[in-house]
Write a protein that binds this ligand. Structure first.
Ligand code: GAP
Length: 457
C-alpha cells in the first residue's frame, strides 16, 4: 500500500493568495494560536497553541507518523531529548558553522539577513526598504545556550538542539542493536528545535522555538541516488495530498553556495503563498557526514557490517526534514477562503477548506432548537456517541445558519442537525462544509459514514 492510495481528492480551484493578517486574526479569534507571554508584551518568534490549534497540530503530527512510520516496514520511530551532551554540537558542525550574516540599515534601522537580500541590494549595499546604506555584515551563531547543573563553576554549558535530527544519529546504533532492522532502513522523529533566529517573523514561518519532523534513511553508498530520488518524490506527493492548490508546490535545487555544511546536495519542497515561494521541507544528501563525525568525536565506531557480505562501511544518509509549524501555517494559508454571498449562503462566509483528516473538529451536532427537550436529548445522545470516535462539538447557541458558519470558519467538515423529522423517523441532516450539500442519514449509520470520511485509510 502506498500513502496516496484511496485518498479523497480535494478541489484544485484557484483562489487569490491569502493575506497572512487574515490567518493571524482567525487564529487568535478562534483559539488556534496565541502570542507567547502576551500579558508581558510577548516574545518575538515564540507562540502558544490554543484548543483548536492543538487539535490541528496533533492531527498533522499523527498523519505524518502514520504515513512515514506506520506504513513503511523499514522505518522505526524514536523520541529524543532536547538537551544533549555539548560535544554533539561540536561534532555536528553547528558550533562552528550554524551562523547567519546580518546587516543593518543605517537609515531606517531595519535588519536583514545577507542571504535574504536581493542581489541588486547586496551589490549596491542598499536597504531594500528605504534605499539607505547598509552596515558591514556581522556573523551570529544561532544555537541557544543553556546550562546543566546548579553549582557555579561546575555547571556545564550546552545547547537546546538546533536541529532535532541529531538524536537520530546518537541513537542509530542503539536502534540497530535493539531491533532486527537492517540497511536500508530509516529512523523518524518529531521534536522541538530551537534557533536564535536573527530575523524571526511572518507569524509561524520563522520562529525561535519550533517543531521539526525528520526521516534519516541509512543506505549503502551505492544506493544513495536511488533512495534520494525515492524519498524526494514520496515527500512531494505527501504534501500534494494535503493541500488544495497543487500548483503552489514545487522543488527548488540548492545552489552550491547555499548548501548547509552537512549537505552535498539539497532540494527544497517549496510552497507559494503571500510570502512568495518559500521552503516547506528540505531533502538533504547528508552522505556520511553525521555518522563519520560522531564516530570521530565520540571514539565509538558507528560503521555497519553487512550481515551477508560482511562488508563494513559508514552508512550514507538521505534526510527529509520539515516543520510542524510551517505545515500548520501553510495549511491555513492554503485552506482559508472568504466566500461572497451566494444562492446557498445569503451572508457569505469564511471557510477553512482543510482536509477532513486534518480538521481540528470533525463533526458538530446541532439541535434545530434549544428549547425543545426532545431535540436536545436526541442531539446530546448523538454527540455523546460520536465524541468517543472523533473530536466533536455540541452547539445550540444562535440560529442554525450562524452555527454552520461558525463551524465553516474552523474547518469542521460535517454538521449533523437534529430536527423534527428526526423525532419521527430517526434520521438526521448531514451538511458537508465545502459544497454545503445536505443528505439525510439514519442515526445508526452516522458513525460508520463519518469515520469513513474523516479518518485516514
Ligand atoms: N535537519 C535539517 C534541518 O534542520 P532546515 O532546512 O534548517 O534543515 C528543516 O529545517 C525544516 O524545519 C524547514 O524546512 C522548516 O519547515 C522548519 N524550520 C526551520 N527553521 C524554522 C524556523 N525558524 N521556524 C519554523 N520552522 C522552521
Amino acid at each position: 500500500m502506498t500513502q496516496t492510495e484511496d485518498r479523497t481528492s480535494l478541489s484544485t480551484e484557484d483562489t487569490p493568495l491569502v493575506p497572512i493578517e487574515k490567518v493571524v486574526a482567525l487564529c487568535k479569534r478562534r483559539g488556534f494560536v496565541y502570542p507567547n507571554s502576551e500579558i508581558y508584551g510577548g516574545v518575538s518568534g515564540i507562540y502558544d497553541f490554543g484548543p483548536l490549534g492543538v487539535e490541528l497540530r496533533n492531527n498533522i503530527r499523527r498523519y505524518w507518523w502514520w504515513s512515514m512510520v506506520q506504513l513503511n516496514d523499514n522505518i522505526l520511530g524514536i523520541e529524543g531529548s532536547i538537551i544533549t551532551h555539548p560535544r554533539v554540537w561540536e561534532a555536528s558542525g553547528h558550533v562552528e558553522n550554524f551562523v547567519d550574516r546580518l546587516v543593518d540599515c543605517k537609515n531606517c534601522k531595519r535588519r536583514w539577513r545577507v542571504d535574504h537580500l536581493p542581489a541588486e541590494n547586496l551589490e549596491q549595499n542598499k536597504c531594500p526598504f528605504c534605499g539607505g546604506e547598509l552596515t558591514e555584515p556581522r556573523t551570529f551563531n544561532l544555537m541557544m545556550e543553556t546550562y546543566i547543573g546548579v553549582v557555579e563553576g561546575e555547571r556545564m554549558k550546552t545547547y537546546l538542539r538546533g536541529e532535532a535530527c541529531q538524536n537520530i544519529y546518537l541513537d542509530y546504533d542503539n536502534v540497530l542493536k535493539s531491533s532486527r532492522i537492517q540497511i536500508p532502513f530509516g529512523i523518524c522523529q518529531i521534536g522541538k528545535a530551537f534557533r536564535n533566529e536573527v530575523t524571526p517573523g511572518n507569524f509561524l514561518f520563522r520562529q525561535r522555538e519550533f517543531e521539526q519532523w525528520d526521516l534519516q534513511f541509512f543506505v549503502h553508498p551505492s544506493e544513495m541516488q536511488k533512495w534520494f530520488d525515492y524519498w524526494k518524490e514520496y515527500r512531494f506527493e505527501w504534501y500534494k495530498g494535503i493541500i488544495n492548490h497543487k500548483d503552489r508546490l514545487r522543488f527548488r535545487a540548492h545552489e552550491s553556495t547555499e548548501l548547509a555544511h552537512y549537505a552535498k546536495q539539497a532540494f527544497d519542497i517549496e510552497y507559494k503563498s503571500i510570502l512568495g515561494w518559500q521552503e516547506w521541507e528540505g531533502i538533504h544528501w547528508r552522505q556520511d557526514w553525521d555518522l563519520s563525525r560522531h564516530s570521530l568525536y565520540s571514539g565509538q565506531d558507528l560503521s555497519y557490517t553487512d550481515p551477508e557480505t560482511k562488508e563494513r562501511y559508514i552508512p550514507w544518509i538521505v534526510e527529509t526534514s520539515g516543520g510542524v509549524d510551517r505545515t500548520f501555517l501553510n495549511l491555513l494559508l492554503d485552506a482559508y477562503e472568504e466566500e461572497p454571498p451566494s444562492g446557498k449562503d445569503k451572508e457569505g462566509r469564511t471557510v477553512l477548506r482543510l482536509h477532513p483528516w486534518l480538521a481540528p473538529v470533525k463533526v458538530a451536532v446541532l439541535p434545530l432548537q434549544k428549547n425543545k427537550e426532545e431535540l436536545v436529548t436526541t442531539a446530546r445522545g448523538i454527540y455523546n456517541r460520536l465524541k468517543r470516535l472523533m473530536v466533536a462539538q455540541y452547539d445550540d447557541v444562535a440560529n442554525i445558519g450562524r452555527r454552520y458558519r461558525r463551524q465553516d470558519e474552523i474547518g469542521t467538515p460535517f454538521c449533523v442537525t437534529v430536527d423534527f423529522q428526526t423525532l419521527e423517523d430517526q434520521t438526521v441532516t448531514v451538511r458537508e462544509r465545502d459544497g454545503m450539500t445536505q443528505i439525510r442519514l439514519d442515526i445508526d449509520e452516522l458513525p460508520g459514514y463519518l469515520v469513513e470520511k474523516v479518518m485516514w485509510r
